[in-house]
Design a protein around this ligand. Sequence first.
Ligand code: NAG
Length: 188
Amino acid sequence: MYAAIVVFFASIVGVNSLSIHKRSCSVTIDSDFAVNKFLGDWYMLKRKPTGAKKISVDKYAWHVTKGTGNTLNIRQTGRLTIEGVYRPCFNKTATLTPGVNNGEFLWRSNTAVSRADIEVIKIDEGLAYIDMCVPSKSRGKCGSFVLSRDDSPSEQEVRTMDAGINSELCEDSSKFENLIKPDVEICP
Ligand SMILES: *[C@@H]1O[C@H](CO)[C@@H](O)[C@H](O)[C@H]1NC(C)=O
């Protein structure tokens, strides 16, 4: 009995530590999440900013590979404006260390966002729905975004993505910025 209560409590704490995020409905992390589904190249198509730093994005990609042990390495490339400075060829790495539950990771990198909690909520049909919270003194800054395998989505894919933002991320898709510019080349 005690064990069951401890496990239950631990899992609640685990989710809450990531989900400083105040959501209007409950979110279920994809029970089918497998790291292998997350390997490879992704483009950030839509984003609700964390507000951690003033960033605008022409193009932003994640190149996900296996790291040491059970970690994942992410090479981030893109064309970004960070606090007014245009970065025409952003190229930085980050490491994701799995957390307690499926789909939960600790993000570490030597960029402005050096540490964050990430939840990969769902990976489905070439789209990945992700929440990210950057810790701060009072309460963390949280944001959500959608990664896609395809950097020039069809109207149908955009509709699928908006539906997923509403149902999987529990957010209002109309409040998300479109980031991707299909005609902008990604950096190598
Ligand atoms: C990007 O950074 C990686 C190291 O993280 C490096 O191996 C690669 O050559 C860099 N690419 C470019 C185009 O600068």
